[in-house]
Ligand binder design. Structure first.
Ligand SMILES: *[C@@H]1O[C@H](CO)[C@@H](O)[C@H](O)[C@H]1NC(C)=O
Ligand SMILES: *[C@@H]1O[C@H](CO)[C@@H](O)[C@H](O)[C@H]1NC(C)=O
Ligand SMILES: *[C@@H]1O[C@H](CO)[C@@H](O)[C@H](O)[C@H]1NC(C)=O
Ligand SMILES: *[C@@H]1O[C@H](CO)[C@@H](O)[C@H](O)[C@H]1NC(C)=O
Length: 388
């Protein structure tokens, strides 16, 4: 008990100080001007954190840990895991794919959100978040949550894209463009496009009960955005051929995730069903039809952590990260890392994206790396290679 209280005080102090320091150092107006680009090593690395289910901090207990782990386990273990994995991977971007807080158990959504994101904020690494189906079960609506998130330090999250705000469904749909390496011919072009979508919470449509889905309005925005990005990629100066690869992040899996079991997934396991919407809204078809997105990353089903490839599109689960989320005792909490690598051109300059790789980090003593795999490679002549 005494131990817990001490930890809590230290934790509160840590939160307060990081929040204050960051607010002072990074004026809100500067955040959105921050351009994301590939590093001098020709890499861009993304850390996905799925389903933190953060509660109230030290007083919120862990679910599904071994009996021996029960006594000393709380939300602070989720915080500690995040600090460790950020330090180990040093990502260029951190992506929270929803159920960041478990609203049902949360007393104050603002405090809980701030605490959940605190290690990302303290790292000064740019980060973004979308919402899951549990974030809004506390004191704030989905709109209020996104309005709060976009004001936090170092985030590149957006409530919705200005050009689509009048028609798009949900809160937390936006695109981020990752530019080529500094001093390279592609330094002013987006060579990797990230799409973040609000997959909603629960259906409000009669006769279609269950989880929500990516709506037609969101698919329309995705399609328009992808086409605009291709036009910019193909435009002068330095016009490029084809289309730059993309990645999509949201919370609730597409129904197509149910096409895989542990045997025919490329890597990782299925240990529970796919809890997608009861209807198929066609986003998978929209993505395959457009062709730029090479992989979709979701959360929601905590003990599934596989990637499977269907019609050239990778469907990947992040695997549950948080300790107040259901899980499987003895099966470590985990995070997914994605790295895009650039082609090395003659004269040593960096070019367009050559490949996209992924692996997972486990919250064990060694932060073990597992299930490394290549999700996509670009052929030497630039045409897209699709392996079914
Ligand atoms: C949670 O954190 C405590 C304190 O650092 C540690 O003793 C415990 O082993 C952690 N539990 C798990 C399940 O990682
Ligand atoms: C990129 O834009 C900057 C600023 O407008 C310009 O100075 C530079 O020459 C451009 N580089 C390339 C490769 O287009
Ligand atoms: C994986 O195997 C299951 C069970 O045999 C099958 O229903 C499913 O279609 C397979 N998926 C793929 C992508 O081959
Ligand atoms: C590019 O490579 C692909 C796959 O190896 C091949 O099918 C295609 O013919 C090549 N295209 C050109 C223009 O060389």
């Amino acid at each position: 008990m005494a131990d817990n209280r001490k930890r809590r005080t230290l934790f509160d102090f840590f939160l307060l100080s990081t929040t204050l320091v960051s607010f002072c150092l990074v004026p809100a107006s500067a955040q959105h001007r921050r351009k994301l680009k590939f590093g001098v090593n020709g890499e861009f690395k993304i850390l996905q954190v799925a389903d933190m289910h953060f509660g109230n901090g030290a007083t919120t207990r862990c679910l599904d840990v071994l009996p021996s782990q029960k006594a000393h386990c709380s939300d602070l273990n989720t915080t500690a895991f995040m600090s460790r994995v950020i330090a180990a991977e040093k990502p260029d971007l951190i992506v929270f794919t929803g159920d960041n807080i478990f609203g049902f158990d949360v007393k104050d959504a603002v405090k809980s959100m701030n605490a959940a994101f605190a290690p990302a904020i303290a790292s000064r690494i740019p980060w973004v978040a979308v919402l899951g189906n549990h974030d809004q079960e506390s004191t704030l609506t989905r709109q209020e949550l996104m309005n709060h998130i976009v004001k936090l330090p170092n985030t590149l999250s957006q409530v919705n894209p200005p050009e689509a705000a009048h028609y798009i469904d949900g809160f937390g749909n936006y695109n981020l463009q990752i530019h080529g390496a500094s001093e390279s011919i592609l330094q002013n072009k987006s060579v990797l496009n990230l799409y973040f979508l609000d997959s909603g919470d629960y259906s409000s449509v009669p006769y279609m009960e269950g989880y929500d889905w990516v709506k037609t309005s969101q698919q329309f925005w995705f399609d328009r955005t992808s086409k605009r990005l291709q036009r910019e990629y193909n435009a002068k100066p330095n016009p490029q051929q084809g289309i730059a690869p993309g990645l999509a992040y949201f919370h609730i899996p597409l129904p197509e995730f149910s096409s895989f079991n542990s045997k025919n997934a490329t890597k990782g396991v299925r240990q529970e069903g796919t809890s997608s919407a009861s209807t198929n809204s066609g986003f998978f078809t929209t993505l395959v039809n457009r062709g730029d997105v090479k992989s979709v990353f979701v959360g929601h089903d905590h003990v599934n952590d596989f990637c499977g490839k269907l019609k050239g599109l990778n469907l990947c689960y992040g695997g549950g990260f948080g300790y107040h989320a259901y899980g499987k005792a003895g099966w470590a909490r985990r995070a997914r890392v994605v790295v895009a690598d650039l082609n090395k051109k003659r004269k040593g300059n960096w070019g367009d994206v050559k490949s996209i790789r992924t692996w997972k980090r486990l919250d064990d003593q060694y932060l073990s790396v597992i299930d490394a795999q290549v999700l996509w490679t670009n052929s030497v002549n630039g045409s897209v290679v699709r392996r079914l």
